[in-house]
Design a protein around this ligand. Structure first.
Ligand SMILES: *[C@@H]1O[C@H](CO)[C@@H](O)[C@H](O)[C@H]1NC(C)=O
Ligand SMILES: *[C@@H]1O[C@H](CO)[C@@H](O)[C@H](O)[C@H]1NC(C)=O
Ligand SMILES: *[C@@H]1O[C@H](CO)[C@@H](O)[C@H](O)[C@H]1NC(C)=O
Ligand SMILES: *[C@@H]1O[C@H](CO)[C@@H](O)[C@H](O)[C@H]1NC(C)=O
Ligand SMILES: *[C@@H]1O[C@H](CO)[C@@H](O)[C@H](O)[C@H]1NC(C)=O
Length: 383
């Protein structure tokens, strides 16, 4: 360092002497400073290469010199969703990244709010052809995410809306916290796309009851998110509450509802960032006394944002046959009558006004109901 500095001085002196006029002292200082910075920078980069490797130096340079970057420095890199959904983040890393929220609420670009359709499945999606019809022609207004058992490999063709929409998944068991983990994982992956504004959880046995236009309008114009959440007395409601959940959760806050929700971005972030209620439910809401997917988000959001909840689900399910599980519709059930029952005999509140359109989706439909469903879809469901 010393000798190179000396050299630098010598050079400056040479410059000075070669000029016949007296050289301004300030300019000389400037030259020396410049050289010191230059030499310093080369030493710094040699140090970085030795200690952090070439790769990281490239990273440091790209963050410090945005002017030289044609790509990456534009707003596009922040708002364009990743073309590949697979990533190597674990849940802590993913949830942390997904919890980023812009503090400036007006978007400095054209943002078309999208609906994220999140499919929580074991493996195949037997209703895929019906969903393909549902999504057709509405590109740009939706995104799709699929969480299945890790052992399952999807084989959709490149022309399918489900092609490469699988997210990194882990095993999920009904009634266990691993089920809510999977739902949070779906939400977190969907939150990475800044344009996703509404988030719908669906299963492989769900079907749409309305066409995309109606679904988009219904959800985007609603003042509330559709999370089923009721305060149910008796053994299957309040009876599942555990005193150990206090003081974070009071029995008066305890809610029950279907796991199939539709929520907005604000609530999705609340679910992903939660570390207050999660440990309580994980420890004290366990089978066979309590089933966490029927209580966790329902209770947590009732405490945090009750004013944003419609307290009802958009997904129809038939409990009329009794028993612990809802009815599954097979191919012989697909007749106009059942859709009349689902579509034409309902009343609910929509934006505080009575409405007859209460459900946008329905479950459970067996794989063999697909063919008759495709047949009636254009006429009865207008899909
Ligand atoms: C994710 O990885 C980080 C860093 O290795 C680790 O600290 C964290 O505990 C991991 N989280 C999970 C859920 O595995
Ligand atoms: C969607 O459904 C509504 C009513 O169910 C119907 O009026 C409308 O024409 C349908 N839209 C399309 C694009 O099929
Ligand atoms: C729990 O509920 C009781 C009775 O409604 C109320 O007095 C108390 O403040 C509540 N505690 C919390 C932490 O909300
Ligand atoms: C949903 O329930 C909460 C209390 O649990 C209430 O504050 C809220 O107003 C209800 N939502 C509607 C739309 O009535
Ligand atoms: C509609 O509901 C009423 C009262 O619950 C019932 O009597 C009627 O049969 C229902 N109609 C259809 C088409 O299911």
């Amino acid at each position: 360092m010393q000798s190179r500095l000396e050299e630098g001085k010598d050079l400056a002196i040479t410059l000075r002497t070669s000029a016949s006029r007296p050289f301004p002292f300030r300019l000389l200082q400037f030259f020396v400073l410049f050289l010191v910075i230059g030499i310093g920078a080369s030493f710094l980069s040699m140090y970085m290469i030795r200690h952090f490797g070439i790769h990281n130096v490239a990273l440091v340079q790209s963050t410090f010199m945005p002017c030289f970057q044609q790509h990456g420095s534009t707003i596009g890199s922040w708002i364009r969703p990743a073309s590949i959904l697979m990533h190597t983040m674990n849940d802590s890393e993913l949830f942390w990244r997904a919890s980023f929220v812009p503090r400036i609420k007006s978007y400095p670009f054209m943002r078309v709010p999208k609906i994220a359709f999140m499919f929580l499945t074991k493996g195949p999606l037997p209703m895929a052809p019906l969903w393909e019809k549902f999504f057709e022609g509405h590109e740009g207004f939706y995104s799709i995410y699929v969480h299945s058992l890790p052992s399952y490999t999807a084989d959709f063709s490149p022309s399918s809306v489900f092609y490469e929409r699988q997210i990194p998944s882990q095993a999920a068991e009904w009634g266990m916290m691993s089920m809510c983990d999977a739902e949070r994982r779906l939400l977190a992956n969907a939150l990475l796309d800044i344009s996703n504004e509404w988030f719908i959880l669906l299963s492989e046995s769900c079907i749409p009851l309305q066409n995309f236009t109606i679904v988009y309008r219904y959800i985007s114009r609603s003042r509330y998110s559709f999370m089923g959440a009721i305060d149910e007395p008796g053994p299957y409601g309040r009876g599942r509450y555990d005193e150990n959940m206090a003081p974070e959760i009071n029995v008066t806050d305890w809610r029950k509802g279907s796991q199939w929700f539709e929520i907005n971005r604000e609530l999705a972030v609340k679910i992903v960032e939660d570390s207050t209620y999660y440990p309580k439910l994980k420890e004290f809401c366990i089978p066979h006394k309590c089933y966490v997917d029927e209580h966790y988000f329902q209770t947590m959001l009732t405490i945090k944002s009750p004013h944003l909840l419609a307290n009802r689900s958009l997904t129809y399910v038939d409990w009329s046959r009794g028993g612990a599980h809802p009815a599954t519709f097979g191919k012989n059930d697909i007749k106009e009558e059942i859709f009349n029952k689902i579509l034409q005999n309902q009343t609910c509140l929509y934006n505080n006004q009575p409405s007859s359109l209460c459900f946008l989706f329905a479950r459970k439909f067996a794989p063999n109901s697909l063919v008759p469903l495709l047949k009636i879809a254009p006429e009865i469901l207008e899909i």
